[in-house]
Design a protein around this ligand. Structure first.
Ligand code: ADP
Ligand code: MG
Length: 250
């Protein structure tokens, strides 16, 4: 399988603190990787590194074989368009209709003018409809986003990423605000979409159960270090206890 990300000796400092510490990893095309670990372990930071929002202080991150840090200008934008991120806080504009929030997934490839026109005359409605169908809420296309439930908003955020049609989906605790049934629906949806369209998924999760049931591989982060990187069914209870305990790393 093709290598999507490969990191060698990656460290990230923010201010004076070390947030990611000497990470080595490889993520292959089509893999579904779960990032787990306590709050503050570095999961969100790791995702920000993978989408190029942050650059490592030390070490090298390759994306599709190219050094991410060395990609600039047009080539960098082209690569970043292939990465879709679902942020924990969703970043939806509540006052706008769903169609506009989904269309925001096009901003990477639309001109400013096209984007501006679309605010008044929504463009590519068929695509938006398709994306909303994929996430199961096509009837909400013209609903005001603020009037949706939490679960529906999560779906809008996912539809926006689908419109972007990225090859990689990064999701930061996409189910943290959902009840168990909606969490299951959302995880099923995410995994099913990645499977059907051959996308690579890296998802940080609070819930161990969903991490085990929906990911093929788990990376356990503790205090910015990789404690284990194993097939999901190979992770032991002892490793999980250690991951979430306050005890030192080694
Ligand atoms: N912008 C920032 N500046 C300084 N420190 C940060 C910043 N963002 C996160 N951190 C620190 O980095 C560590 C990891 O945070 P984060 O990646 O958000 O962990 P997680 O997502 O696992 O909860 C934490 O100690 C946090 O305080
Ligand atoms: Mg986080």
């Amino acid at each position: 399988m093709e290598s999507v990300f490969s990191g060698q000796k990656i460290s990230l400092y923010l201010g004076d603190s070390i947030v990611l510490d000497n990470l080595n990893f490889e993520i292959l095309a089509g893999e579904k990787v779960g990032l787990i670990g306590s709050s503050g372990a570095g999961k969100s930071s790791f995702l920000s590194l993978l989408n190029g929002q942050w650059q490592s202080t030390d070490g090298n991150l390759n994306i599709w074989g190219d050094s991410f840090a060395k990609l600039q200008g047009k080539r960098r934008r082209r690569v970043q368009r292939k990465i879709g991120t679902i942020y924990q806080q969703l970043n939806l504009v509540e006052s706008l209709a769903v169609v506009h929030n989904v269309n925001a997934g096009n901003l990477g490839r639309w001109s400013f003018l096209k984007a501006a026109v679309s605010l008044f005359f929504p463009l590519e409605q068929q695509r938006v409809h398709w994306a909303l169908e994929q996430v199961g809420i096509p009837e909400k296309m013209f609903a005001k986003t603020s009037e949706l439930s939490g679960g529906q908003k999560q779906r809008v955020a996912l539809a926006r990423v689908l419109i972007q049609d990225p090859e990689i989906i990064l999701a930061d605790e996409p189910i943290s605000s959902l009840d168990p049934q909606l969490s299951r629906d959302m995880m099923d949806l995410l995994v099913d979409l990645c499977d059907r369209h051959g996308k690579t998924l890296v998802v940080s999760l609070h819930s161990l159960d969903f991490a085990k049931s929906h990911c093929d591989r788990l990376i356990g982060l503790k205090q910015g270090k990789i404690l284990f990187d194993l097939p999901a069914d190979a992770v032991t209870d002892a490793q999980l206890d250690h991951l979430y305990s306050d005890s030192p790393l080694y």
